[in-house]
Design a protein around this ligand. Structure first.
Ligand code: TYM
Length: 331
């Protein structure tokens, strides 16, 4: 039988989807549906690790599903679902917690950053975030996980946990491989080109959201922080702002970074910023329109969620039963 390799990825609805999510993860996720057996989730349970308004969480879960569809993820070609609709994720996460060392979880950079940023809410869920993520991936025996660079450490931990479990019992989990794109595995904030662009950044002028209207997109790019050197050159070390703009342009114009560099060799910064902004606006125009159509059709979105959850649950339950049996739980 010709079995396709399995791909899993997820995005958490703590803020609106931004172009860093698109370049780092979503673009590869779309491409991989051509050749692989792909499962993609809205990681709503992960959202609870940060302070989250219930109404907004619910709204964003629909938004994410509508955007998944609008960017071209086809529910006929892949499985799209909400993480909380498949209880096996939380159940396996508990088991995996018991196979993860305290020291390993404590070393995670994301945990250290997030707990330092919000010490008043350094909750146990935030600490156990990577084991829930490992459960997401391992439940489906995913071979590949398309993500941005910031998630690679979590991927490594998922492999460590899987290996530990396999060695203690018998081969159960597939060791997943993180897949990052050739370029853009880390897109930087337009307001601070040394920091990652994030959907919950304090300075939202630095984050371009997929659903931002054209004027907002243009304004954000025109204000992008650059340098005073006035030559357009790809040099992430010395010219992080310009290099970030060239990367973003190359992705949305469908050219290489070298081609982008040549195209703007004689241009001033204002021209570059305007051209990048216009390219992003045009790229997302049909997506924004399709989103507007889909978000008005809650019934359809719910039917996609339901079908996806059924398909995912069927597979997840089989894995969970196997794990329960191996560790000695009576079924
Ligand atoms: P989240 O929602 O924070 O990010 C979603 C994806 O977008 C990537 N990303 C970026 N890539 C490039 N440049 C950026 N500025 C940028 N910002 C975000 C992230 O690397 C990620 O791939 N923990 C995951 C959600 C998750 C998950 C999983 C992922 C839950 N379970 C299982 C893979 C497999 C996260 O951080 O999502």
């Amino acid at each position: 039988m010709d079995e396709k390799k399995v791909v899993f990825s997820a995005l958490k609805p703590t803020g609106d989807l931004q172009i860093g999510n698109y370049i780092g993860a979503l673009k590869n996720m779309i491409k991989m549906t051509e050749d692989y057996d792909c499962l993609y989730a809205v990681a709503d349970l992960h959202s609870l690790t940060v302070d989250c308004d219930p109404k907004l969480l619910r709204k964003r879960s629909y938004d994410f599903m509508a955007l998944f569809l609008a960017i071209g993820l086809d529910p006929e070609k892949c499985t799209l679902f909400l993480q909380s609709h498949v209880p096996a994720h939380a159940e396996l996460a508990w088991i995996l917690n018991c196979f993860t060392q305290f020291g390993e979880a404590k070393r995670m950079t994301q945990f250290k950053d997030k707990s330092a940023k919000a010490p008043q809410n350094a909750n146990v869920g935030l600490f156990a975030y990577p084991t829930l993520m490992a459960a997401d991936i391992l439940l489906y025996k995913a071979d590949y996980v398309p993500v941005g660079k910031d998630q690679m450490q979590h991927l490594e931990l998922a492999r460590t946990i899987a290996e530990r479990f396999n060695n203690k019992y018998s081969p159960t989990f597939t060791l997943p491989e993180g897949i990052t794109g050739k370029r853009g595995s880390k897109i930087f904030s337009l307001a601070d080109p040394t920091a990652k662009m994030g959907k919950t950044d304090e300075n939202l002028n630095g984050t371009v959201f997929i659903l931002d209207d054209p004027d907002t997109v243009m304004r954000k790019f025109k204000r992008a922080v650059t340098d005073s050197d006035a030559t357009v050159r790809f040099d992430p070390q010395n010219k992080p702002g310009i290099s970030n703009l060239l990367t973003i342009y190359s992705v949305f114009a469908g050219v290489s970074v070298e081609e982008a560099e040549r195209e703007f060799a004689a241009a001033d910064y204002a021209t570059l910023k305007t051209r990048v902004g216009e390219t992003v606006v045009e790229y997302f125009r049909p997506i924004r329109e399709e989103y507007a159509r889909l978000i008005a059709d809650k019934g359809y979105l719910e039917s996609v969620m339901k079908t996806g959850a059924e398909k995912a649950s069927y597979r997840a339950e089989k894995m969970l039963a196997k794990v329960y049996r191996k560790v000695g739980l009576v079924r």
